[in-house]
Design a protein. Structure first.
Length: 294
């Protein structure tokens, strides 16, 4: 069922408003007993970049839809990268200002969850600058916006019932020692590679194994699009027989060139289409799949 939903969402992302409305509450069809790690969850990479302006747009923009439109289209994983700047957490992609504050992005997600309580989402935070102060301020901002009952408590086998109406935060950066944080922190993220050795741990000590693929470029040295696809499908196949409680984040996102010639859209057009075709014959869960221009 979840695989069919993923395909439907992908097909409908660029269609009419009436078609998109079918995706606004797609999680209502999921069984409460399903482990979250056994779902196929469509996501966006650098989710806040629709507001990137010229001259940065051609190499830093990875999304054309803003956050509310992504939600309405069925996206349920969001990648937010805050930078502490003059006392404010702003969303960035590398050096590019996305012209949206973290607070605004989180309030959008909170409003969507309140409007559609059958749904849930996962938000990954990844500091784009500001040092440890920025990381700690990110945690404080989350706690200030979301009441406790909207923050999902992490464990490896958490179910859909544990998540409905809630957001699970996954952090790429660890807050100052001794501070509580919502959700889970990732350790051992593979960087420009794949790994079966990453992990997730909550401030309460709950942990899980994370398989992750984030091969985002070859620096323009080879046929990146094909080598990227090989890594995507390798993890899809492996995750089909993963042990219970293993989580998976499999990035379709990436770029083919170097410097200002990133050509993000070329990879997205090819890799996104390949996955859609591949899922016609693959009937197992594929985990969380962050995409550029889905």
């Amino acid at each position: 069922m979840t695989q069919k939903i993923f395909i439907i969402i992908t097909l409908l992302l660029a269609q009419t408003v009436s078609a998109q409305s079918l995706c606004e509450s797609w999680m209502a069809t999921l069984s409460d007993a399903t482990p979250v790690c056994k779902l196929s969850i469509p996501g966006t990479h650098d989710s806040g970049t629709s507001g990137v302006r010229l001259p940065m747009r051609h190499y830093a923009r990875t999304q054309t839809l803003d956050l509310p439109s992504q939600w309405n289209a069925g996206i349920r994983f969001f990648d937010l990268r805050p930078r502490l700047e003059d006392g404010t957490l702003r969303i960035y992609h590398g050096p590019a200002d996305c012209h949206i504050e973290l607070q605004e992005a989180l309030l959008t997600i909170k409003r969507k969850l309140e409007e559609q309580p059958t749904e849930f989402c996962i938000v990954m935070t990844n500091s784009a600058g500001g040092g440890q102060e920025g990381v700690d301020m990110t945690m404080d901002t989350i706690y200030a916006i979301f009441p406790t009952d909207m923050l999902a408590s992490f464990n490896a086998d958490m179910t859909v019932a544990d998540m409905r109406g809630r957001v699970l935060f996954i952090h790429r950066d660890r807050p100052t020692g001794g501070r509580d944080y919502p959700g889970t922190v990732v350790y051992g993220w593979p960087g420009n590679a794949s790994s079966h050795n990453a992990g997730m741990v909550s401030s309460e000590g709950q942990s899980a194994v994370l398989w992750a693929q984030d091969y985002f470029t070859d620096g323009g040295k080879g046929n990146y699009v094909d080598s990227k696809w090989d890594k995507v499908t390798a993890l899809v196949r492996e995750f089909a027989s993963a042990p219970e409680g293993v989580w998976c984040i499999n990035h379709l996102s990436g770029y083919t060139g170097s410097g200002i010639s990133t050509n993000i859209k070329r990879n997205a057009r090819t890799t996104n289409a390949r996955l859609l075709e591949y899922l016609g014959n693959h009937k197992k869960p594929i985990g969380i799949v962050p995409m550029d221009f889905p």
